[in-house]
Design a protein around this ligand. Structure first.
Ligand SMILES: [Mg+2]
Length: 245
């Protein structure tokens, strides 16, 4: 269920607009607006199709494994399912790396429950939607735009921007650090940010102490720093309990 504080975001957008200030909302994509579980699962099934003759244990695993078993790292997910064959895990990791960060595979992601409706509600009330993602230019930009549009997120409407990492090699955190300057260049009011990585959410809290900062309880990197207790935890973007399923 989404946090009740999601409603506060909509109210803060309205009050910024009334005061002639541009409200900005920052949304991360992977494991924030989109669940990457279906992308991971698709890659795993393709690996099974190609390599099940070499690794017999994959056949049974393929029938059991579901999207909810997909964690941060595909190898950790399989280890949790009892796979110990190191050669298999290393090959899978290589196979996964060649696909996960590419245009066609991001199309497998699903939006988190309520995400499309919530971002649309923010945009309709007058917020600038700032999609900020560690996905890189030169391999993921076309698929990312298509995934946003296919899911129904506001995009070609004005007051929306998509900021990707300029290169694959740049670290996610260094990139988000740089991005703060771009966000500030609008001279608006950052009303809220949404992230799944505690380190990035902490960074936003430090940069924009008056905003509401949400931490999506999906998956995060294993070496993540401790989340600041002031971050607002939320499972998804569902505003209305009657719509929850
Ligand atoms: Mg993320």
């Amino acid at each position: 269920m989404g946090s009740p504080r999601l409603r506060d975001v909509l109210q803060r957008i309205e009050s910024a607009v009334v005061n002639d200030v541009l409200p900005l909302i920052v949304f991360d994509l992977d494991s924030t607006l989109f669940s990457t579980e279906p992308r991971n699962l698709q890659i795993f099934h393709e690996f099974v199709e190609r390599r099940q003759s070499d690794y017999g244990e994959l056949r049974e695993l393929a029938t059991q494994i579901r999207r909810e078993h997909m964690g941060w790292n595909i190898c950790e997910s399989l280890r949790a399912q009892g796979v110990e064959n190191q050669e298999l895990l290393e090959e899978l990791l290589r196979f996964w790396r060649e696909r996960f960060f590419t245009d066609p595979y991001v199309l497998h992601d699903d939006p988190l429950p309520g995400a499309v409706e919530f971002v649309t509600a923010c945009h309709q009330r007058g917020a600038m939607i700032y999609y900020l993602t560690g996905r890189h230019v030169g391999g993921m930009e076309v698929g990312t735009v298509r995934a946003l549009r296919d899911a129904g997120f506001p995009f070609w409407r004005g007051r929306c921007t998509l900021h990707l990492k300029p290169s694959f090699e740049m670290s996610d955190k260094a990139f988000k650090d740089d991005a703060l300057a771009d966000i500030r260049s609008y001279h608006g009011r950052v009303v809220a940010t949404f992230e799944n990585e505690p380190g990035n959410a902490n960074l936003f809290l430090k940069a924009f102490p008056d905003a509401l900062h949400f931490l999506l309880l999906t998956v995060h990197s294993p070496e993540a720093e401790a989340p600041d207790p002031r971050l607002i935890r939320s499972d998804d973007f569902q505003l209305f309990s009657t719509r929850a399923s």
